[in-house]
Design a binder for this molecule. Structure first.
Ligand code: DAH
Length: 354
């Protein structure tokens, strides 16, 4: 240590190597640099002040001593900075483990409503039901006339149905029931060799409804139909009991209440014992223990006649159920709109409703 330098500089010089080694990152190094060689308040800055105040004859040697010390410190700081930068680069390289498999893209999944319709199809398939589809743009003939829906029925009004202005007689189907008409017509010529007809028709339907928590101008239904010899309400009830138990659990009870739909006679609404509270009464079943789940009945002879099937020889049943209603009940979702807003958090949480 130069005898010209003051004693507190000796202390700083002694402490420097340890302080330098203790710098584990570049931020710490910058702080140390500021304290030793920075423009203001550092050891070197203080020495420069002393140099200014020193007697003239000392200035040269003192100046040289300060400079030598400053250079030593600066060089050491620079070397340590290079070391730390090198270490940082190495750490980055290490963090990328090249032996790991590449990140997997998020897996897609069917929409919960499609999964639910798929479940229904799976329940009916072993009973010999296949899937039929029909167009979403339908004719009045298939959507109404073939289903024995009279010209003055309110469902035919422009307040309830989307008619295509540029294509008179065409509309967005209001239910999946027109698939009955199309399928019966197509399969009528083969009904004897096949011994009957049975199918499920899941799909999208449209009504002129305002959007609110329980209504949407677009929603989904699943239609079911069976035609055979001597088919009656007992077959409808037995089949629905089987299917709804498969869906809601083996303890499920069903009940049929008389109701009116033009394309069935007799017609009924079908309730299931509330699967959420074991029919004890809860918010979902509004305390009654029962939840309405679908409309059904024995196919009206006019529907069979319209499709070219002899109603004296053949009979059958049909049902139609609302998919959203069922999905909302199963998942206790209070707002139908959630199913259509495509919020990934909702869809992921919903899984497949199974
Ligand atoms: N199509 C009816 C609707 O949209 C539901 C329905 C009721 C379908 C009775 C049927 C049935 O096949 O037999 O509300």
């Amino acid at each position: 240590m130069d005898p010209l330098l003051p004693p507190e500089t000796a202390e700083a010089e002694r402490a420097f190597p340890q302080a330098l080694a203790a710098c584990r990152d570049l931020d710490a190094l910058l702080r140390l640099k500021g304290a030793y060689v920075g423009r203001e308040g550092s050891h070197v800055a203080r020495l420069m002040d002393q140099l200014k105040a020193a007697p003239k004859e000392q200035k040269r040697d003192l100046g040289a001593a300060i400079n030598a010390l400053k250079n030593t410190w600066e060089e050491a700081l620079k070397a340590r900075q290079a070391e730390l930068e090198e270490a940082r680069k190495a750490a980055k390289t290490l963090a990328w483990d090249r032996t790991l498999p590449p990140p997997q893209p998020a897996r897609g999944a069917l929409h919960p409503l499609n999964r639910l319709m798929g479940r229904l199809v799976d329940v009916f398939r072993p009973l010999g039901f296949h899937v039929e589809e029909g167009p979403e743009v339908e004719t009045e003939e298939h959507n109404f006339d073939g289903l024995n829906i009279p010209a003055d029925h309110p469902a035919r009004g422009s307040a309830d149905t989307f008619y295509l202005a540029a294509h008179p007689g065409q509309l967005l189907r209001t239910h999946t029931s027109p698939v009955q008409v199309r399928t019966l017509k197509r399969l009528a010529p083969h009904i004897h060799e096949a011994g009957g007809i049975r199918f499920l028709a899941p799909g999208r339907v449209y009504r002129k409804d305002e959007i609110d928590p329980t209504h949407s101008p677009m929603f989904h239904q699943v239609e079911g139909m069976l035609v055979g010899h001597g088919i009656g309400m007992q077959h409808l009830k037995g089949t629905l009991e089987y299917a709804l138990r498969a869906l809601f659990g083996p303890a499920t009870e069903i009940r049929l209440r008389p109701s009116y739909f033009p394309f069935v006679e007799p017609g009924c609404e079908v309730d299931v014992s509330c699967p959420l509270c074991a029919a004890k009464g809860c918010r979902v079943c509004k305390g009654s223990g029962w939840v309405e789940i679908l409309g059904a009945g024995l196919i009206h002879p006019n529907v069979l006649d319209f499709a070219g099937i002899d109603a004296n020889e053949w009979s059958g049943w049909a049902f139609g159920m609302g998919v959203e209603r069922m999905a909302m009940m199963l998942s206790q979702t209070p707002d139908l709109r959630l199913f259509f807003e495509n919020d990934q958090r909702f869809l992921t949480a919903m899984g497949g409703l199974d």
